[in-house]
Write a protein that binds this ligand. Structure first.
Ligand code: ADP
Length: 193
């Protein structure tokens, strides 16, 4: 199995690059943002609870997203590997993910971290808000709140995996193709090893 975390702040291009990476490597895409939006669309209890946090630009409680990931892992026993997108986002989520994978005799192979300047992030998210139908992308205050959450809670995820020497920084500005090629180069190196 090859298990990859695509890491980076909101708007860094995780969704765009994930689509290409799963096609290239046959990985199962697990995006907690997409899973949460699907719960909201189906008006489930979980979705209703999560929506209030998401509308404020805050993180949804750890136990909610960890439960969703546990179910997704259980539901895909045949996967060649997983691409985690938007998860883990806190230290507790990182530890929970490591434990869930360890129970399956698996681990994270690499964390690819996209680096993008804050002004570029805000610009991209406001731009995405024009067409995405995502209410959290139309309000600059909510966008800034998400970036604050990222610095406060999510940057710890990179620190966690750095301890295990698993983090590679990738420049997330430039053409989509160039960024994709840089990501692939890192994956290929590790798959060959
Ligand atoms: P983005 O990274 O562009 O903000 P996502 O689709 O990944 O978009 O996430 C949207 C929102 O969903 C986040 O602002 C947060 O409220 C919630 N969310 C997604 N993933 C997680 C997670 N792993 N832990 C807590 N909240 C999450």
């Amino acid at each position: 199995m090859f298990n990859l975390i695509l890491f980076g702040p909101p708007g860094s291009g995780k969704g765009t690059q994930s689509e290409r990476l799963i096609a290239q490597y046959g990985l199962k895409h697990l995006s907690t943002g997409d899973l949460l939006r699907s719960e909201i669309a189906h008006q489930t209890q979980l979705g209703l609870e999560a929506k209030a946090f998401m509308d404020r630009g805050e993180l949804v409680p750890d136990e909610v997203v960890i439960g969703m990931i546990r179910s997704a892992l259980d539901a895909n026993p045949q996967a060649k590997g997983f691409l985690f997108d938007g998860f883990p986002r806190t230290q507790a989520q990182s530890e929970a993910l490591d434990a869930l994978l360890a129970q399956r005799n698996e681990a994270i192979n690499v964390v690819l971290a996209l680096e993008v300047s804050e002004e570029e992030l805000v610009k991209r998210l406001l731009n995405r808000g024009l067409t995405s139908g995502r209410s959290d992308d139309t309000n600059e205050e909510v966008i800034r709140a998400r970036i604050v959450e990222y610095h406060k809670k999510t940057s710890a995820v990179a620190d966690h995996y750095r301890k295990f020497d698993k983090v590679v920084m990738i420049k997330g500005e430039g053409s989509i193709d160039d960024i994709f090629n840089a990501l692939c180069a890192e994956i290929n190196k590790r798959q060959a090893a």
